[in-house]
Design a protein around this ligand. Structure first.
Ligand code: NAP
Length: 291
């Protein structure tokens, strides 16, 4: 039995769909079962066990993991992420889980300004110390994040950042889910740490060019100072300050350390990663002008 923590999440929901296609026994964990049912719509969940579980309530987690042998773990970011994921790993070890596939983030260096990467490094250490078999997936930025730029693209034909023209890795979450599915169905990889990217990097000005061509109207990337981006994300993007800080930290990191693609997705899945062009084309409607 494969348990999914984060079954309503960006990666976890795609993984649930893959595992349903493969007809393997799967248990979807969520704090809100009705949200999951709604999300799955016509696809239904008749072949899936749904379990209400909240990482803030260790007993609910313990009940939800009982009898499962494998665990997928992708928890949304929060200032309590280290505490919650570490507690889940401990419960998983006690409940007889054999293998955990954890979603982490790109490798953490002590000099890194990205606090969330430091959280993931701590959780990874707890996972290694647990003695369980682990597969750590370290994806770079999700292509799906670009959908969050839609509000200003659709209304003002612009999007903001503080990343300048640094090359960035992007990966489609569906590729991350495909790699997780392979790991959880005991194909490969069995154990280890894998950095996941698409096959090429793009700068934000290049993304603006791609959007301009796709939408047939000029879209501009506006590079702000980090402080200006932080306050824009809080004031106009309604982000909590810690999350705005996270976005600024990631973009600052990308300007300091130019990103390079890996060929991990290709080597694990035997096919090229999904492309940014295909993702933008598929989501063209989300960026159409609305005014
Ligand atoms: N976005 C990026 O570009 C990026 C890049 C690299 C790494 N990451 C990492 O990816 C991870 C997030 O993955 P994602 O985007 O697929 O996740 P997500 O969409 O943020 O959702 C994750 C899930 O966490 C569950 N969750 C939150 N709090 C919970 C709690 N207290 N108890 C039980 N479940 C809880 C939610 O389930 P319910 O609401 O249904 O309970 C949700 O389905 C983060 O750790 C992040 O650092 C993200």
């Amino acid at each position: 039995m494969i348990a999914i923590i984060g079954a309503t999440g960006t990666i976890g929901n795609e993984l649930l769909r893959r595992l349903m296609e493969l007809s393997v026994p799967v248990r979807a964990l969520t704090r809100e079962p009705d949200k999951l049912r709604q999300q799955m719509g016509d696809l239904g969940l008749s072949k899936v066990e749904i379990c209400a579980a909240d990482a803030n309530d260790p007993e609910s987690m313990r009940r939800a993991l009982e009898g499962a042998s494998q665990l997928f773990l992708a928890l949304s970011n929060s200032p309590r992420q280290v505490e919650l994921e570490t507690s889940i790993i401990q419960i998983a070890a006690q409940e007889g889980i054999e293998h955990i596939v954890k979603i982490s983030s790109p490798a953490y260096e002590k000099s890194s300004p990205v606090a969330v990467a430091g959280w993931h490094a701590e959780i990874e250490q707890a996972l290694v110390a647990s003695g369980l078999i682990y597969t750590v997936l370290r994806p770079y930025a999700f292509m799906q994040n670009l959908l969050r730029l839609a509000p200003t693209i659709t209304t003002q034909d612009v999007f903001f950042g503080c990343i300048g023209d640094s090359p960035c890795n992007f990966i489609d979450c569906r590729d991350i889910a495909d790699v997780a599915a392979v790991a959880l169905t005991n194909q490969k990889p069995a154990c280890g740490i894998y950095t996941l990217t698409g096959s090429e990097t793009f700068t934000y000005p290049q993304i603006a060019d791609k959007l301009s061509t796709l939408l047939n109207r000029p879209i501009r990337f506006i590079n702000l100072k980090p402080e200006a981006l932080r306050s824009d994300l809080i004031v106009h993007g309604h982000m909590p300050p810690w999350l705005a800080e996270h976005v600024v930290e990631i973009q600052t990191m990308s300007t300091a350390v130019p990103e390079k693609p890996t060929n991990t997705v290709q080597s694990l899945l035997g096919r090229e990663p999904r492309t940014l062009d295909a993702f933008l084309q598929e989501n063209r409607n989300s960026f159409q002008a609305r005014r």
